[in-house]
Design a protein around this ligand. Structure first.
Ligand code: ASP
Length: 327
């Protein structure tokens, strides 16, 4: 008798869990390919992380994760697309630190910038300060002097307001108290094409996209924005060594789903992410690009949510004191 009552209570409790009304949708997910929206152009660092990790997750899930680039407006167009997608697990978002700065930079958005389910953190990418290969500055100090002399004649490429490159560029201009001319693109892919062609002077962007061009001698690196030197660029000084410790920034990336996606799908996607982060091919390629996979305990929905909220709190006073808004 008691056992039957407990059984009935357990069934009632399960029925009231979030997502319990959608067990059919969650069951056997995914049954067809999953679209992964990257809110920046193809050929950039967020795109590279997405393609690598999606391929490994697809192997674990038995379905392809297909990357779709929806670049523009500093990553807000792609995020808006996912915010309004059906919460059925077939549309996911891979975004970076912009998820924490967009809620501060944009006071009016057509979507709730915090209204997503978190799946897990993926990796944090260091940033590099790079210049066109024929730039006169051979050191970071020379670059600082050049920016102070040229002011708005110095141009800085970025991926739009809300992008990581824009955040790093904002910090640089703020610390130097010198505004430069910023040139926004739909992502680092097209911005890098311009830097390689010598039409952009300076960029601050993830190692994911810069390391191979630096090693090929196609662009010059003057600093890394990490507290310690990077194994992948051991000769490059850190901004801390160069006397600018406040220019320290790591670009974290995470996976999201539209709000209301069933918990069972989120958990399955998160488990696939953790498997992908243990994949030898992912680990080896990440190392070549200066990235480290997040530890397994951070590639979870709860750890990701807590970190995201802490990042919003961390960046709010910084961006507000720089007086930077997109609208
Ligand atoms: N690195 C870019 C940014 O500045 C975005 C990208 O193309 O991945 O946010």
């Amino acid at each position: 008798m008691l056992r039957r009552a407990l059984f009935a209570a357990a069934i009632l409790a399960a029925a009231s869990l979030p997502g319990a009304s959608l067990p059919a949708a969650a069951q056997g997910w995914p049954q067809r390919p999953v679209s992964v929206i990257v809110p920046f152009a193809a050929g950039g660092p967020t795109d590279a992380v997405a393609r690598l990790v999606s391929e490994a997750m697809g192997k674990d899930l038995g379905q392809n994760l297909i990357v779709e680039n929806v670049g523009g407006a500093g990553g807000t167009l792609g995020a808006a697309r996912v915010a309004s997608a059906r919460p059925d697990g077939y549309t996911l978002l891979l975004h970076h630190i912009g998820m924490a700065t967009i809620p501060i930079l944009y006071r009016r958005l057509p979507y709730d910038p915090m209204g997503f389910e978190t799946i897990g953190l993926i990796t944090a990418a260091p940033m590099t300060m790079v210049v066109r290969k024929d730039h006169p500055a051979k050191t970071f100090q020379e670059l600082v002097a050049w920016i102070k002399e040229k002011k708005e004649d110095a141009n800085l490429g970025n991926a739009g307001l809300g992008a990581a490159s824009q955040l790093c560029g904002t910090l640089l201009q703020y610390l130097l108290q010198t505004p430069m001319t910023t040139v926004p693109f739909r992502g680092t892919g097209p911005a890098m094409t311009e830097l390689l062609a010598g039409r952009i002077d300076v960029m601050c962007d993830q190692t994911t996209n810069t390391v191979e061009h630096i090693k090929a001698g196609a662009i010059r690196v003057l600093a890394v924005t990490t507290p310690a030197r990077l194994p992948v660029l051991p000769d490059v000084p850190t901004t801390t060594e160069l006397g600018m410790p406040d220019l320290q920034i790591a670009i974290w990336h995470g996976f999201y789903a539209p709000k209301g996606t069933p918990a069972a799908i989120i958990e399955r996607a998160s488990a696939a992410l953790r498997t992908a982060l243990r994949d030898d091919k992912v680990i080896a390629r990440f190392a070549e690009l200066g990235l480290t996979p997040e530890p397994q305990e951070r590639a979870t929905p709860a750890a990701h949510r807590a970190f995201w909220e802490a990042e919003v709190a961390k960046w709010r006073p910084v961006l507000q004191s720089a007086g930077q808004y997109a609208d």
